[in-house]
Design a protein around this ligand. Structure first.
Ligand SMILES: *[C@@H]1O[C@H](CO)[C@@H](O)[C@H](O)[C@H]1NC(C)=O
Ligand SMILES: *[C@@H]1O[C@H](CO)[C@@H](O)[C@H](O)[C@H]1NC(C)=O
Ligand SMILES: *[C@@H]1O[C@H](CO)[C@@H](O)[C@H](O)[C@H]1NC(C)=O
Ligand SMILES: *[C@@H]1O[C@H](CO)[C@@H](O)[C@H](O)[C@H]1NC(C)=O
Ligand SMILES: *[C@@H]1O[C@H](CO)[C@@H](O)[C@H](O)[C@H]1NC(C)=O
Ligand SMILES: *[C@@H]1O[C@H](CO)[C@@H](O)[C@H](O)[C@H]1NC(C)=O
Ligand SMILES: *[C@@H]1O[C@H](CO)[C@@H](O)[C@H](O)[C@H]1NC(C)=O
Ligand SMILES: *[C@@H]1O[C@H](CO)[C@@H](O)[C@H](O)[C@H]1NC(C)=O
Length: 646
């Protein structure tokens, strides 16, 4: 599903009300569902029609100076301005001059410079649906170029004018620059592209989008590349804060709502953050940036040998730096390669978005469900005979891998090792890879039968003296849903209840619409604890245990970034969320070794942020059972091991 979004995000959407993209504080009620429909049509291959002419009277210019801070509307045919440093600000799609942080940007510039700050109001065309707005952009650029030539007639040199455009406003700036060059033989001083619009533009040649030829100097700040923003290098110098797609602090936390609600909330914040960064750089520039280098497929880092300051002062010192990166996904291990991507998965996800309805549940061939026993004296494991298992009576923990994975990846071996280090126990890894390797929607149909097969096996262990009510199941992803059906089968068919199920980012796709008896919930064992690390994407978002932990608010994890120069949106998002999803297992492993995952009761600040209320503390992971309330907890983590912050 996840992947879906990546794609989605590429899109164009219908105004989901000007509200969402143009200001920080969204409410779920602001969301316009028609947006989603457009996005879906976009995924299936949106092609915008030809460019259109505009009525230039709808393009308006507002002048702000230190002596006229509230602004005066210029006559665009006979503008009256004082000759001095001139900066034009151009808002984004679906926005206008009073939002998109335009007033704040203007104020910062006036504080720094005694200049003409002109905000371009093109809201009449910006308010149309994205694909339609797209068709007017070149004409809007022409209209602005014409206006600038009139300023030029008053003595303001074109080669001293700076355009600062956000989102599609950066693309408007590009066409303005091109029009000045092509129609008047003049070149702008500078264009600053603040997360330039990506949807549709991502497939356009450089003369139909922002690029380094559009002004003497083009600097770009990418904050949501691959989603709302253009991902690849498109300026003389390009800055990728936090690797360019997801911004620190842009989280969200909805208790209900769809995937789309979630993603829109998150990426709208990421996208707008480019403007906030620009404002801060005008006031006080401490955005020291390093040449970007890719560490591996999930991380980029800075090479300190080449330093530049992002934002207003970038022109003072920079290299024409290229950012080279690779991509790679696979849900079961950290280091993906692009070659690992199975495109059929993506197609399935897209169909999922459009309302996937899985077929009915199916029976399985139980001989494909295998059990591997690991103990302190048999660390490399022996396969159990599932009909006549031979085990020593002692503490018993079953580990259940996720969809598309098997017992040698998905961090199962690491999880097993951590348990054996801590307990002299039977650690049994369930191998259901035969069914896990099918496509998601098909795997889904086998899950209840797999749960039954495991329940049957556990009853055989029970016959050997291992009490069901002392068995702990730890399942990742769809493996957590397998655990749920195992627990339900034991209750319904044998009148026995498991001691505990730990759900590590339980599978979300399809399950998110299921009633509690068809997915993990608190009734499936005496104690059910859940760690949500990619809720709303690969993981189940809502509370589904006795106690639910939402590290970093539960959807995106610290350290899970993605930074690709090429590859599709899907590549991008898969890389990111596969890491988020698997992180739940890493946290569990750390908690077994050393538990410092102090969590606080989760409180929602607004739709974008959650915080912890220190009056109720619990420790996430292996020891959660010792102290908890039946509630949701939040905690923050480090980007790499050790993850816990105490
Ligand atoms: C959503 O936005 C579209 C386009 O702006 C509009 O036509 C439609 O009426 C809106 N729907 C709702 C429910 O607000
Ligand atoms: C800009 O959009 C906001 C939110 O949609 C609206 O409240 C405001 O009146 C608009 N401002 C102008 C000048 O059109
Ligand atoms: C968002 O809402 C919070 C709480 O209502 C408020 O303190 C904050 O100033 C708002 N932020 C913006 C950018 O409007
Ligand atoms: C969440 O769902 C509840 C009950 O269905 C509803 O009252 C509430 O408005 C929803 N919240 C949001 C943010 O949509
Ligand atoms: C990126 O594009 C280049 C050139 O088109 C290609 O050689 C390279 O394999 C691509 N990298 C990935 C990760 O797809
Ligand atoms: C990923 O690859 C890097 C570099 O090749 C390696 O150092 C690291 O251990 C790998 N991580 C995992 C989890 O395999
Ligand atoms: C598990 O999957 C990986 C990667 O797909 C594969 O290399 C490995 O052989 C598989 N292991 C088993 C035991 O099937
Ligand atoms: C992708 O996975 C599906 C389902 O497992 C499989 O049928 C298909 O052959 C795979 N395609 C490729 C190109 O590996």
């Amino acid at each position: 599903m996840i992947f879906i979004f990546s794609v989605l995000i590429t899109f164009s959407f219908f105004g989901f009300g000007q509200a969402d993209l143009c200001q920080y504080n969204f409410t779920l009620a602001d969301l316009n569902r028609s947006v989603i429909i457009e996005i879906i049509s976009f995924i299936n291959g949106y092609t915008a029609a030809s460019y259109l002419p505009i009525d230039e009277t709808y393009i308006r210019f507002w002048l702000y100076t230190r002596t006229s801070v509230s602004g005066t509307r210029l006559n665009s045919i006979r503008p009256a301005v004082t000759v001095r440093k001139t900066i034009l600000l151009i808002h984004g799609w679906s926005c206008n001059i009073t939002n998109d942080l335009m007033p704040e940007l203007k104020a910062a510039y006036l504080k720094r410079y005694n200049a003409n700050i002109i905000i371009v109001d093109w809201s009449y065309y910006a308010a149309k649906n994205y694909g339609e707005t797209f068709r007017y952009i070149p004409s809007i650029g022409n209209a602005i170029a014409k206006f600038l030539m009139r300023l030029n007639g008053l003595g303001i040199f074109i080669n001293a004018i700076h355009l600062v455009g956000h989102s599609m406003g950066a693309q408007v700036s590009a066409f303005t620059g091109q029009s000045l060059i092509n129609n008047y033989g003049k070149t702008l001083y500078r264009i600053t592209g603040l997360d330039p619009g990506g949807p549709i533009y991502s497939n356009k040649p450089s003369n139909e989008r922002l690029d380094e030829t559009d002004a003497f100097f083009v600097d770009v700040i990418h904050t949501n590349g691959g989603f709302f923003g253009y991902l690849n290098k498109c300026g003389d110098v390009d800055y990728y804060p936090n690797c360019g797609t997801f911004q620190n602090g842009c989280t969200f936390s909805l208790t209900n709502g769809t995937f789309v609600d979630f993603i829109v909330q998150k990426i709208a914040c990421d996208h707008l953050r480019s403007v906030s960064y620009m404002i801060e750089s005008i006031n006080y520039n401490n955005f020291k940036a390093k040449k970007s280098v890719l560490l591996n497929q999930l991380f980029c880092y800075g090479d300190g040998s080449d330093i530049s300051y992002m934002g207003e002062d970038s022109i003072l010192k920079y290299s024409k730096t290229d950012y080279v990166l690779n991509t790679n996904p696979n849900l079961c291990q950290y280091n993906f390669t692009l070659a690992d991507l199975n495109r059929s998965v993506i197609i399935e996800i897209i169909s999922l978005i459009s309302g996937y309805t899985a077929g009915s549940y199916l029976p399985i061939d139980e001989s494909y469900i295998r059990f591997w026993l690991y103990t302190r004296t048999s660390v490399s494991g022996t396969r159990l005979n599932s009909i006549r298992p031979a085990v020593t009576v002692r503490k018993t923990i079953l580990l259940i891998h996720g969809w598309s994975c098997n017992i040698t990846n998905d961090l199962m071996l690491e999880l097993k090792a951590a348990y054996l280090k801590r307990y002299n126990a039977n650690i049994i890894i369930v191998d259901w890879s035969y069914y896990a390797a099918k496509n998601y929607g098909e795997t889904f149909r086998y899950i209840p039968s797999i749960g039954n097969a495991i329940a049957k096996f556990l009853m055989r262990l029970n016959g050997l003296g291992i009490f069901i009510n002392a068995i702990h199941l730890v399942g990742h992803s769809m493996g957590a849903q397998v655990s749920a059906f195992t627990g339900q089968s034991l209750i319904n068919n044998y009148g026995k209840t498991l001691y505990r199920i730990t759900g590590l980012d339980p599978g979300g796709p399809i399950y998110s619409n299921k009633p509690s008896n068809e997915r993990l919930d608190e009734t499936d064992a005496f104690f059910v604890d859940v760690i949500h690390t990619n809720g709303g994407f690969l993981g189940y978002l809502n509370k589904c245990g006795d106690v639910d932990y939402y590290p970093n608010c539960g959807t995106f994890q610290n350290g899970c970034t993605s930074s690709l120069t090429n590859g599709t949106f899907v590549d991008f998002i898969v890389q990111k969320i596969a890491c988020d999803h698997l992180r739940s297992v890493s946290y569990m492993i750390e908690s077994i070794n050393y538990n410092n995952f102090k969590a606080k009761k989760r409180v929602l600040l607004n739709q974008l942020l959650c915080y912890g209320d220190g009056s109720d503390i619990s420790y996430m992971g292996e020891d959660s059972i010792f102290k908890y309330s039946k509630t949701n907890y939040v905690l923050y983590t480090n980007p790499s091991s050790p993850y816990s912050q105490g």
